[in-house]
Design a protein around this ligand. Sequence first.
Ligand SMILES: [Cu+2]
Length: 190
Amino acid sequence: MAEEEKRPQEVPQKRRRPYVGGALLIAITAFIITLFTSGIAYGVQSAVGGGGGKVEEGIVVDGVREFRILAPQWYYEPSTIKVNPGDTVRFIVTSPDITHGFAINELGVNLVLSPGVAIVREVVIPPDFPEGTYTMYCSIFCGSGHSYMKGSLIIGAGGAGMGKILPYIATAVMSGVFIAVGIIGRRRAR
Ligand SMILES: [Cu+2]
């Protein structure tokens, strides 16, 4: 997922009415702040929620790789789990507070976690399943941190590093855009 860099110098020459420029600036600023916040929140979550980026491999019980996952507001513990292609995986997921979801699109998993009830789901990962890092996420709105309630499922070798680095790259890119917008804004003001 390489991001193409957009060059900021393609500024239209025609004059804009001030309020259009102002509204645009506010919209862009709001967008940037949102991305900043999510980048930071996600970064903090992957650093703290994952126990320092620890990868949980579960325990194998009678040939089934079992994970006990806690799902409070607004994270999964463990937040990064690893399985192998060909594994039979058992998820035992419990929410201690309010109703959350537990979804992994690529595996067709979408659980409703009623508070205090351990929800069990078994999945067989096909031996030829593409290795990689997949997202597990909350699929039921659960408050202000809902969109940050995510974790990673690594299948096989995965691309474990990318999920950790991505928020920081996003934040760095956004800093660049923020500065660029600031400079353009100043130039226009002259
Ligand atoms: Cu949620």
